[in-house]
Structures are given as C-alpha cells and as structure tokens.
Design a protein around this ligand. Structure first.
Ligand SMILES: [Zn+2]
Length: 141
C-alpha cells in the first residue's frame, strides 16, 4: 500500500516540494531569503508598532481641535482614520470612571456608547493626575 505523502510546500515561496521528505525549501535561494526575513522580523515588528503609535498620536492631535467643545468623537471616526486601539504608550488607571490610554502627549478615554474623549497630556498633568480629585485613588490596601 502506498502511504499518501503529505503535500509539502517551500516555506519561502510556497511552491510544492519534491524529493526528500525533510526538505523545507526549493533551494538555497529560498532558504537564505527565509532566514534573512526571520532576522529582520523583530526589527520590522518594532518599526510597525512605532509607526502605529505615532499615527495614533497624530490622529488624536488632528482630531482634538475639531472635536471641540467637548473633545469627543465616535470610535468609528478614529477607526476610519486608521487609529489602532491596541497600541498605546501608557495606561493610567483612574479607577473612576475608565482608564486613560496615552499615546505620547495625547490621551483618550472610551466613554459609553462608543464615544472617545481626547485630551492633551502634559508632564504637569501626569504629575497631578493622581490627585485630581483631592485623594489618590487606588491606594487603598
Ligand atoms: Zn521556494
């Protein structure tokens, strides 16, 4: 009986492989290209995330003025502009009412009904943020 040979493809170019069953690439060109890519993948990841963070920050900065007087926009608008909610530089957990997500010098809070409030973040604001309501929240043990 013939065993059915699993269909194997080159890890780089995805062409069907022939020959030895432990073969992973068509040839050394495909193998080198693949290994090269692996080495660069973490550099690419960093580049991609840095780009996304910067873009998030710029979208917040662009929309901020237009969103006056309450500086609130719908989540949909941000997504449409290419905002990626998974990327932020910091999360300030205010406990009340919702966390403040920060992208460099702009922050946002997700409000009910898919609304997002944007606020510029200054170093001073960071320092006084915990005591904004007189007492420090989240300090209770
Ligand atoms: Zn190949």
């Amino acid at each position: 009986m013939h065993s059915i040979e699993p269909l194997r493809n080159c890890l780089w170019c995805k062409d069907a492989l022939r020959g030895r069953s432990d073969k992973k690439f068509c040839d050394s060109i495909c193998r080198n290209a693949y290994n090269n890519k692996l080495e660069h993948s973490s550099a690419n990841l960093i580049k991609t995330i840095n780009y996304a963070l910067r873009r998030n920050r710029n979208i917040l900065a662009d929309i901020y003025e237009q969103a006056a007087p309450d500086y609130t926009v719908s989540k949909e608008v941000l997504v449409y502009k290419g905002f990626q909610f998974k990327y932020h530089t910091e999360v300030i957990d205010l406990k009340n009412p919702v966390p403040l997500f920060v992208c460099y010098d702009f922050g946002y809070q997700v409000l009910p009904e898919e609304q997002v409030q944007i606020l510029p973040i200054s170093k001073d604001l960071f320092g006084s943020w915990h005591s904004a309501n007189g007492s420090r929240r989240g300090d209770r043990v």
